[in-house]
Design a protein around this ligand. Structure first.
Ligand code: S3P
Length: 416
């Protein structure tokens, strides 16, 4: 079995969430071209409808009529941490009462990282995990240094800052994905970015947003499964087109390069404020590597996949400084280690990462625990053995990639 072909993976999850939420907050109309319509972004779509936004789904486009004042409502964020954390920031500064709920996984994820700085701004938020209740009120600006590299926390504060009195300042010692800062000025927000004493400093002024057009590129976190598959499955050559090449998102591609993967990037161009291009990966001899420190945020969602790739390298690999993995959709250290061990991978978990040694995979019964990224990683792992791999809860991949299995089957070639 090899992987051969060209594929435009579904659009970016982080960018789609933001385009929908900012569209809801804007006066006038927002056009979101090529949105992702996986389960997470559908949660955001339903939420903005409940808040009062009018959304028309048409071909490959969502047309959003924004609102001045959101309706008080109970809002189901499903499995989506981005929906919930960004909403807490947005809704805290409006008038109204909002209850945020989520599925079993989301109801366990920590919200204090967002509620704590927002309370400093004057927000009234009850609860530290979902369900949470927000009583909208007037907010004041803060000057906040992020204690963890998190785009969700950064975004929640900046979005609250749009409705606060004064200049809201967020200082980032370690850079996290920057789609919010790139996109907000397109909606008319007054925002500036500077480098001060080794930190990235973002300032946002109280601003009213105006609808605009957002063209959403392909998601590098979805393309990553094909890059990984092409690199480790013999005789493979796969091109993923129109992928977002924002440096805060492609740490995994840089890791593959460092391991010796044969990668070409072509057709590079800009769409809106994002760089995009086509990425081709072919089967490669890989050496092990270490991922740590500032390298983590730009590939945090790809680390479960990295564990599989590392098992096919010629030398051991280590991931450290990635304790954030423990508070994702599942504890992605425990779940990855447990499931890959079942397939014969020599991997051990540590407090903040894992150590992987070169391994030969065999069949087995594994579960995704309902985690989309685990599901897709295990579906690539399945291709590394001729034995049967049974994956429980495989449909979890629909959270970010509705037709993953079909796309994966489409580019599989039998080797005679
Ligand atoms: C996201 C930020 C990251 C990432 C998540 C999406 C976003 O989370 O893991 O999948 O769209 O802002 P953190 O901000 O918690 O690191």
């Amino acid at each position: 079995m090899s992987l051969n072909g060209s594929i435009r993976v579904p659009s970016d999850k982080s960018i789609t969430h933001r385009a929908l939420l900012f569209g809801m907050m804007s006066s006038g109309t927002t056009y979101v071209k090529n949105p992702l319509l996986g389960a997470d972004c559908r949660s955001t779509l339903e939420v903005i409808r409940r808040l009062g936004a009018e959304v028309v789904e048409q071909d490959d486009e969502l047309i959003i009529k924004g609102i001045e004042t959101p309706h008080s409502a109970t809002l189901d964020c499903g499995n989506s941490g981005t929906t919930m954390r960004l909403l807490i920031g947005i809704l805290s500064g409006y008038t109204g009462s909002f209850e945020l709920i989520g599925d079993a996984s989301l109801s366990k994820r920590p919200m204090r990282r967002v509620t704590s700085p927002l309370r400093e701004m004057g927000a009234h938020v009850n609860g530290e995990v979902a369900p949470l209740v927000i009583e909208g009120t007037s907010l004041k600006a803060i000057d906040y240094t992020l204690p963890i590299a998190s785009a969700q926390v950064k975004s929640a504060i900046l979005l609250a800052g749009l409705r606060a009195s004064g200049t809201t300042i967020v200082r980032e010692p370690v850079l996290s994905r920057d789609h919010t800062e790139r996109m907000l000025p397109l909606f008319g927000a007054e925002l500036s970015i500077s480098e001060e004493e080794g930190q990235r400093v973002i300032r946002v002024e109280p601003s009213r947003l105006t609808g605009t057009t957002v063209d959403v590129p392909a998601d590098p976190s979805s393309a990553a499964f094909f890059w990984a598959g092409a690199a480790i499955i013999p005789d493979s050559l796969v091109t993923t087109t129109d992928v977002c090449l924002n440096e805060t998102r492609i740490g995994f591609l840089r890791t593959l390069e460092r391991m010796g993967a044969l990668i070409t990037i072509s057709n590079e161009r800009s769409v809106g404020k994002e760089r995009i291009g086509d990425v081709t990966v072919r089967t490669s001899e890989l050496s092990g590597t270490v991922i740590e420190g500032e390298m983590i945020p730009s590939q945090i969602d790809e680390l479960p996949l990295f564990a599989l790739v590392a098992s096919q390298a010629l030398t051991p690999s280590v991931v450290k400084d990635a304790a954030e993995l423990r508070v994702k959709e599942t504890d992605r250290i425990d779940s990855v280690v447990t499931e890959l061990q079942k397939l014969g991978v020599d991997i051990v978990g540590t407090a903040d990462g894992f150590i992987v040694k070169p391994s030969r995979l065999h069949g087995g019964d594994v579960t995704t625990y309902g985690d989309h990224r685990l599901s897709m990683m295990l579906q690539i792992a399945e291709l590394m053995t001729d034995d049967v791999v049974h994956i429980e809860d495989m449909e979890a991949s629909e959270v970010s990639y509705p037709r993953f299995r079909l796309d994966l089957q489409r580019i599989q070639r039998k080797i005679e």
